[in-house]
Design a protein around this ligand. Sequence first.
Ligand SMILES: [Mn+2]
Length: 430
Amino acid sequence: MTMSPIKFIHAADIHLGRPFSGLRTSRPALGDLCLRAGYVAWQRIVRIAIDERADFVTLGGDVFHGPNPPLRARLAFKEGVEALQEAGIPMFMALGNHDPLDSFPENLRQAPGLHIFGPEPSGVSPDRPGLRGTVKVYGASFPTPVVKVNLARSFRREPGVTLAIGLLHANVSGMTGHDDYAPCSLHDLRAAGMDVWCLGHVHRHGVLCRDPLALYAGASQPASVNEAGMGGCSVVSIEPNSQPVERFAAVAPVVWDRLELDASDLETDVDLVRNAEQACIGLLNDHEHAEALVVRINLVGQRDSRKYSSPDEMEEFGQALSERLEKLSRPVFLESLRDRTRMALDLDGLAEEKGALGRFLRLSGSAVSDPDLAEDLLRDLEVELSKRQWKRHLAPDLDPQRWRDDPHAFEEILVETQRVAARMFLDEAS
Ligand SMILES: [Mn+2]
């Protein structure tokens, strides 16, 4: 392609107006912080577009969290569009399942410099000198919240276009943990002939493919530990006669992360609190742009007693730790604290032993690579885990439905159930 250098910003899943109602009830300080952070993330995206002198901005859906967004969300959106317009930066939007055409605020559709795509894929050029006619953004919006058709398949590059950008809210390759809306494959994306695919829907930032460049911007402000990692937007640069290049720009004031804390060599709960605090300070340093961190701590390693593992002891430990973490120069909030220590249970060793327990561990372990066995096991587990003697041992937020969607969660629960089963088996045997 021959043309002048082009730079644009792609963002998605901004979810303005997300209420964080649960979090604001259970953890008011954190809930309020997240609420504010969502708006700051959006303002930062706008600021980056202006500072980078972007040629245009693309938004890949879910700019609003739901229908009838609150006034604050509509104001923030409008002010962002106006700031971009003042800087001469047009914005293109393909709406998603949270803000589809049938519920997108009527009075926000017509702002100068804003183009919202209709339900059928179409192409439009940024209204800037040098880009008209040669650069085209192709996009389609969700008409309603649930879109099961493959929209990507209807995208087509037109002849004479030097740079073609596809903009879509979609689940590519059946990504787990996200509704399978506008499902499509990488092959569909390639077949459309775009130079860049700018995607929304999956809340984790990721580059799916380099040629053509296909990327998820990810949520600008992640909202749970399942969206661990930095939230931000993509700065895409295209130099003449070379491949488009993407650079991630972090914008989220609140970063969610997980921390594994090895409790093996810690003698007392005092040591444990201090070590956990040091580990969190280390994590803060890794996220220099974060204003606050929310962390899930998994205690791992092997311990020869069950101290701090009763619910009361864990709660006391969590409270003592939380108090210290929230007072750091940048606050760290404890999302949850989970005891994943092995309690002197050597599952690998036990699995090698003869007898019923060894056989159970070997057989259940092979479910990780055997979908049929996994399904069988999950069905049995759902029954077993509803019983009291299991519930007592398991983390309260384990959701069996999630195991089917998320292989990582399945492995986690498998090891957890093996651990509990082994302990119950050994208790019974002794
Ligand atoms: Mn979303």
